[in-house]
Write a protein of this length. Structure first.
Length: 422
């Protein structure tokens, strides 16, 4: 990450997630996404060690890449400043200090960006920022019309074994399965833990009339032949997690094994449009664990081969969650995009985003709810540059589309009523 830009972004996040009213906070989050995209794009470009280094490394007649990146940073800072002005005008009096802090930080960021703006032609960066703002406005109007045509509320809250289950046996089964997935010493134990967790979750949902067919337990059955094939290739060395990187998979074998592992991880995350047969909740972190503990160490080459499949699946789920106003699902989808990118920052970004999504889903319904939700959004915003950086290192266009979906998800779901059905 560029050293000079990252502290500025952290300051923006801390101030933006504290302003009132909620409309100002949503607008500020859109600005944070824009700034995070520009920050991530500079992180993958040569010579981007610090703010001054970026400005000096760029030619006087900057190319489109440099202008668009600078425009993203400029747009993010301006939107945050506008959100601060809205908070000062419409927010409650006790929160005026936080709005003033955001306004001051936004002004300081704009002043700090002056070298970049000058090297990119000044007005050209502003034109790029204005064009992106216009596109975002048009997309927002279109999505608002779509949401207005679909106003059916979600019929029932989601519950999970171990959280609100009234069956101690199912709760215990889910807990044992989750523990085996998170701490199991070899791939076989992880696979069995995933199957046990999925089965306990389904049985608990069926008791409440929320599940008719065991879609997720059936999907986990694909791990049985996968385990057999992996064990055959590994031979006497076995499938201990520490030894997975040394298993002599051929490129073709890696591609073969990566498909079921990646798709089962995707199923546990419960991404749109399969969010009904494959629920997320407490299952979503287990999908991330499967990718990080087994899939990535064992068949990283195979996962990279299937990036053109996995990354669009994550982006599609992200946009579906954004349109329907499902913030937790949007962060699960962005976590999957980060995982599929197989970059150095993928693991940290996916873990933070997955934790943020889970935090939004299980936030208490009473007084601490808003504070818990605000903390989850803040953590997710801090992870955005690392998720986008991972994406830019593999799929640039899809990452830009994911960034737009992330901004929309913040606008449609932050401090909003229950999601619509789609």
């Amino acid at each position: 990450m560029p050293v000079g830009l990252l502290p500025l972004y952290v300051l923006l996040v801390l101030a933006a997630t504290a302003v009132e009213p909620p409309a100002a906070r949503r607008l500020a989050f859109v600005g944070l996404v824009s700034f995070a995209l520009g920050l991530a794009a500079y992180a993958v470009s040569p010579g981007s060690d610090d703010l001054i280094g970026i400005a000096r490394a760029a030619p006087a007649s900057a190319d489109a890449f440099f202008r668009v990146n600078t425009g993203l940073l400029l747009l993010g800072a301006i939107v945050c400043a506008v959100a601060a002005a809205h908070a000062i005008r419409r927010g409650p009096t006790p929160s005026a200090g936080r709005a003033l802090a955001l306004l001051g930080i936004g002004g300081f960021v704009l002043w700090s960006l002056a070298p970049l703006i000058a090297r990119s032609g000044g007005w050209l960066a502003a034109v790029a920022a204005g064009a992106m703002a216009l596109l975002a406005l048009l997309a927002g109007v279109a999505i608002r019309g779509l949401r207005g045509a679909r106003s059916q509320p979600d019929p029932a809250p989601v519950e999970w074994p171990g959280a609100r289950s009234r069956s101690p046996a199912l709760a215990a089964g889910f807990g044992v399965g989750a523990l085996a997935t998170i701490a199991g010493p070899n791939a076989g134990v992880v696979f069995v833990g995933l199957g046990l967790s999925a089965l306990a979750d389904f049985l608990d949902r069926r008791r409440r009339g929320a599940g008719r067919f065991p879609w997720l337990p059936v999907a986990t059955l694909a791990l049985a032949p996968t385990w057999w094939f992996m064990a055959t290739v590994a031979g006497p060395a076995g499938l201990s997690l520490a030894a997975l990187p040394e298993v002599p998979f051929s490129p073709a074998a890696e591609r073969l094994v990566a498909i079921p592992l990646g798709l089962v991880s995707w199923a546990f995350l419960g991404l749109w449009p399969m969010h009904r047969p494959f629920p997320d909740g407490l299952l979503a972190p287990l999908g991330i664990v499967l990718w990080l503990r087994v899939a990535s160490p064992a068949v990283a080459g195979g996962l990279e081969h299937w990036q053109p499949l996995f990354v669009p699946l994550g982006v599609l789920g992200l946009w579906g969650a954004a349109v329907t106003g499902r913030g937790p699902a949007a962060y699960n989808a962005l976590a999957f995009v980060a995982l599929a990118s197989e970059a150095p920052s993928s693991a940290a970004a996916a873990l933070i985003l997955g934790a943020s999504g889970l935090g939004l889903r299980i936030a208490p319904a009473r007084a601490p709810r808003h504070a818990a939700q605000r903390l989850a959004w803040m953590l997710a915003a801090l992870a955005l540059p690392f998720a986008f950086e991972a994406g830019f290192r593999s799929q640039v266009i899809y990452t830009l589309v994911a960034g737009a979906g992330t901004a929309l998800a913040g606008w449609t779901s932050m401090d909003r009523p229950p999601p619509i059905v789609l």
